[in-house]
Design a binder for this molecule. Structure first.
Ligand SMILES: Cc1cc2nc3c(=O)[nH]c(=O)nc-3n(C[C@H](O)[C@H](O)[C@H](O)COP(=O)(O)OP(=O)(O)OC[C@H]3O[C@@H](n4cnc5c(N)ncnc54)[C@H](O)[C@@H]3O)c2cc1C
Ligand code: SF4
Length: 571
């Protein structure tokens, strides 16, 4: 029999960026919040002098323990899904701060086109442009409505950047100037301008200078240490929930965080949640935390899984395309790139930062004419200098043997003489791409694992090759001695890292028949449940997701405060 605790105003499931922002906004407004986090406590001091590539980057110290909980995967419905037993395609965060602790910090806004993708695509190209089975839909919110929330996230995180000439309008400049422009980036900029493209410095949550945010949180400038992606920052220079929003919430005295608390069900009756049930993973005890409002911020996979296990919302049926929970899972197309080898140049590639780079959006969204192309949307093309660490970075030109003298000679020759120019491709949803509960495999607590059914489509294959060709043009203009580019995109495979930008499954929209949450991320089917995160994206854009996750979390906080006063549906 589970132990039942006293009721709280709000319970949050998972304390990453989504959970941290909600906790900070609600506690500042005087609400009592309990944050339940399945992982452990994390703090900046954990990373002092620990530049350990093996521990963090190769053995995934900060990620979810896959022996306890994972995802099963299959390419299509005819196959039996198998559990992902080792990390590859994406890395799932765990512990206070979630994946926000070990992210890179590349902080882009989505384009105005993204939020109205279906209507804008039809308006410009006609309905026939959307292939059978592609389930794009408008988000039920416009870029202009999102803008104030983007602005709030960027000021809180202290984003360093410069205006992107091809993006939506900004109400104010980034709070900090851009990061330093390294020599490869200067070459990229010069080449892109010669090709009449529009390069700009990547918006970065690694601080370009010391900064104090509107909540009074002061952080130090980035040291370009290069141990950023997959690592925590020992200086607090990378914005993460632990050094920004969580201390603000704790200072109010209104937030109680319980670590090692693995939430397994949302309890509900009569169309409203009554609280959550979780297991204390240190004792195995089952505990019920009653609450007036439940906020689910446990990343895409567990947001979907918790709703399905709790029988909240209508489960998606891929055969009919009806139902909503699990629908429109999307990912990204990261392989449309070109690698340049420079025989006569040496760059200091070991130095860098998670969000040090330059981008251009001439081939992103609907910034270019798709009339004669067999895909919609596009990719942000970038050059990045994230800090190339010795174990994971050893590029040699194609054709080099994978062992022996030639391999050694080329490894040494090109160690600091290669540059990747790559496209971060958008991902459109399809009727048969979804997440449901695996009928066979269970986690350590006996609950079904989330099952992913996903593969690349013609849309993705066309997009990847188009982007690789554009990247090659830029490399040529930059003067690469030799270029290796993607020639064709194979099937999606879960074993090599691409991006932790999984989206969809609890999507937002204007219509309860086709979306699970409204534009405050409030569930249509349970008005006191808010589901926050990239699970709300109806498709995935050609950018990293977290600026949009953060902006939506600020909007959801506003909605929760309104709901706490008045109740009822917010739209
Ligand atoms: C290596 C890497 C690099 C990245 N770089 C970028 C980047 O440059 N730019 C960008 O925009 N994005 C980037 N991302 C993605 C970014 O980290 C995520 O978008 C962001 O962290 C999502 O925040 P979230 O709060 O939704 O989820 P998370 O950060 O995953 O937080 C969810 C939390 O919920 C907890 N949780 C899950 N299930 C339960 C449960 N049942 N009970 C209790 N707690 C639970 C988890 O332990 C976790 O702490 C990167 C991700 C990775 C892994
Ligand atoms: S590169 Fe900068 S932001 Fe990233 S971990 Fe190092 S000091 Fe921190």
């Amino acid at each position: 029999m589970a132990k039942t605790l006293p009721k709280t105003d709000v319970v949050i499931v998972g304390v990453g960026w989504g959970g941290g922002i909600i906790a900070s906004e609600l506690t500042k407004a005087g609400m009592n919040v309990v944050g339940l986090e399945r992982g452990k406590e994390r703090k900046t001091e954990d990373y002092f002098m620990v530049h350990d590539e093996l521990r963090y980057s190769q053995r995934y110290e900060l990620m979810q323990d896959l022996s306890k909980e994972t995802v099963t995967f299959r390419s299509n419905e005819k196959m039996r899904a198998l559990p992902m037993r080792a990390y590859g395609s994406f890395l799932i965060g765990d512990g206070i701060g979630g994946a926000g602790v070990h992210w890179n910090g590349q902080t882009f806004r989505f384009l105005p086109y993204d939020f109205q993708i279906r209507s804008k695509t039809i308006e410009r190209y006609g309905k026939a442009k959307i292939p059978d089975g592609m389930t794009i839909q408008d988000w039920g919110i416009t870029y202009d409505e999102m803008e104030p929330y983007y602005d709030k996230f960027e000021k809180m995180a202290g984003i360093s950047g410069e205006t992107n000439p091809l993006a939506g309008k900004r109400s104010s400049d980034y709070p900090n100037p851009p990061m330093k422009k390294s020599p490869p980036m200067q070459m990229f900029e010069e080449a892109a301008k010669k090709l009449n493209l529009h390069p700009y410095m990547q918006p970065s949550a690694n601080l370009s200078q010391n900064y104090t945010n509107p909540d009074g949180i002061a952080r130090a400038a980035c040291q370009y240490c290069g141990y950023c992606e997959r690592f925590g920052c020992e200086y607090g220079a990378k914005a993460d929930p632990v050094v920004t929003v969580i201390p603000v919430a704790l200072k109010t005295g209104k937030l109680e965080i319980r670590t090692h608390s693995h939430v397994r069900r949302i309890m509900h009756s009569g169309g409203k949640a009554t609280g959550v049930m979780y297991t204390d993973v240190t004792t195995g005890e089952e505990i019920v935390q009653p609450a007036d409002i439940v906020v689910v911020t446990s990343y895409v996979f567990n947001n979907i899984r918790l709703l399905l296990m709790s029988k909240l919302g209508k489960a998606y049926n891929p055969a009919t395309g009806t139902g909503v929970v699990g629908k429109n899972y999307a990912y990204q197309v990261l392989k449309g790139n070109a690698l340049g080898f420079y025989d006569d140049k040496k760059f200091n590639l070991f130095a860098g930062a998670g969000a040090l780079g330059m981008n251009l959006d001439d081939y992103n969204g609907d910034n270019f004419d798709h009339s004669d192309l067999k895909f919609i949307h596009g990719a942000s093309i970038s050059i990045g200098q994230t800090g190339f660490r010795p174990i994971s970075n050893n590029q040699v030109p194609s054709g080099t043997k994978a062992w022996g003298q030639e391999f050694k000679a080329n490894s040494i020759k090109y160690a600091n003489s290669w540059i990747s120019v790559g496209g971060q491709g958008s991902s459109m949803p399809f009727q048969h791409h979804y997440i449901d509960l695996d009928p066979e495999y269970k986690d350590a607590y006996g609950d079904p694992l989330p099952r992913m059914t996903f593969d690349f489509e013609d849309q993705d294959r066309e997009l990847a090759v188009f982007m690789a060709n554009k990247c090659e043009e830029i490399q040529k203009e930059m003067g690469a001695s030799r270029i290796d580019k993607l020639k064709s995109l194979g099937p999606y495979e879960i074993t090599t890292y691409q991006s932790t930008h999984n989206t969809g499954g609890v999507i937002m929209g204007a219509d309860p028949a086709t979306s699970a949450v409204n534009n405050y991320l409030q569930m249509w089917d349970a008005e006191n449940v808010f589901v926050v995160g990239a699970s709300a994206f109806p498709h995935n854009s050609g950018y990293n997701p977290t600026d949009t996750v953060g902006a939506l979390a600020y909007r959801a906080s506003e909605g929760i405060l309104k709901y706490a006063k008045k109740g009822g549906s917010l739209v």
